[in-house]
Design a binder for this molecule. Structure first.
Ligand code: NDP
Length: 328
């Protein structure tokens, strides 16, 4: 038997609960590697799925959890053997394939990334899909020309992606400006490396198509008017990484920054990201994310508590990252 957060549609009513499942329940899942999950996490998308606020789940019943870290228990995949330490992010886990908010997960071996020596399974969960996405954003900014020394804007800075992005970009020598709706988290954001805070509302109302040039780069998790303003304030040939919709999914923008300033708007997707970039992201996280700062970002909850924390996460009430110890 193993415990899991199960999402069901019972008589067309949604239900999320902690359940004991038979090991054979995993037989229906595609995959050649069985993983004993040690830690999972609560990401924004998990919040949407567990609170049933958005159609994240496309097969029922579903075990929630878009990511997990743990030990390979058995493997039919040539790359993996029992005892290997692995992490999995996305690929449809928790959406179309049973996910990681469970004591066991069965997935195709190609989905897994070997954890670097320096990262424990708990740290991998503290980073989670949010932190790995923050690193993908950094990689995309660099790939499109961002160099250290100038100002970089991070929106939704006190959240999961934002916290890791602030720490990484500060470490890499950028002057990080953190946009947040939570001024009470100033000490936290400064400890992560933010040089300056701006109030979230400063980016939330529609502005001119071209505004005063400020940012060499942007990591945006908010979308909508915030993203449009961020583009309008980006310097000539600067680069904006868009990865989130914590504000909204629309994009009420002008093409002016792109055609008059050569601003580059880069979309970042963690779910179907190719394995090479995943491995690079995790290797870089092992080297470039200070473990003491990571610990500062992380709070730990039990599997059952994931149910009650899901709506709070969506309401912006979680600082940093939530690690789920699936054994308790
Ligand atoms: P969190 O909930 O941890 O953080 C989101 C942050 O956004 C909040 O902490 C808050 O920051 C800010 N925020 C929340 N609501 C609003 C609002 N209405 N208007 C403006 N700002 C708001 O989520 P994550 O960091 O884990 O994820 C952030 C976004 O990135 C989500 O939309 C998620 O779906 C997306 N994402 C995308 C991925 C991809 O592959 N493209 C992968 C991972 C995440 P503050 O209090 O500091 O203002």
């Amino acid at each position: 038997m193993f415990r899991a957060i199960l999402l069901e549609q019972v008589d067309s009513a949604f239900r999320a609960s902690l359940q004991q499942l038979e090991d054979t329940a995993l037989d229906g899942q595609e995959g050649d590697v069985l993983v004993r999950v040690e830690y999972s996490t609560l990401n924004y998308k998990d919040g949407l799925a567990i609170a049933n606020r958005s159609p994240v789940v496309r097969k029922w019943p579903m075990v929630a959890g878009i990511d997990f870290a743990g030990l390979v228990e058995s493997s039919g995949h040539p790359q993996w053997k029992a005892g290997d330490r692995v992490v999995s992010n996305g690929w449809g886990a928790g959406e179309v394939h049973w996910g990681g908010l469970a004591e066991r997960a069965k997935v195709p071996g190609d989905w897994l990334v070997r954890l670097p020596e320096a990262i424990s399974t708990r740290q991998a969960a503290a980073i989670g899909t949010a932190g790995y996405t923050a690193m993908l954003c950094v990689m995309m900014l660099e790939r499109h020309g961002l160099a250290p020394g100038g100002e970089v804007l991070v929106t939704g800075a006190a959240g999961g992606v934002g916290s890791v992005a602030v720490a990484l970009l500060a470490h890499l020598g950028h002057r990080v400006v953190a946009s947040t709706g939570r001024p009470q988290e100033a000490d936290y954001l400064q400890a992560l490396g933010a040089a300056e805070l701006i109030e979230r509302s400063a980016l939330a109302t529609a502005g001119r198509a071209l505004q005063k040039e400020r940012w060499n780069g942007v990591v945006d998790v908010v979308g909508s008017t915030t993203l449009a303003n961020a583009c309008a304030q980006t310097r000539y040939r600067g680069v904006v990484a868009a990865c989130g919709l914590a504000g909204a999914m629309d994009f009420p923008a002008s093409v002016a920054p792109f055609i008059l300033r050569g601003v580059k708007l880069i979309g970042v997707d963690s779910v179907m990201c190719p394995s090479d970039d995943r491995r690079t992201a995790w290797e870089r996280l092992a080297r470039e994310l200070d473990p003491a700062l990571l610990e500062r970002m992380a709070a730990e909850i039990s599997l059952a508590e994931a149910l009650e924390w899901a709506p709070r996460l969506l309401d912006g009430a979680v600082r940093g990252r939530l690690v789920v110890d699936v054994a308790r």
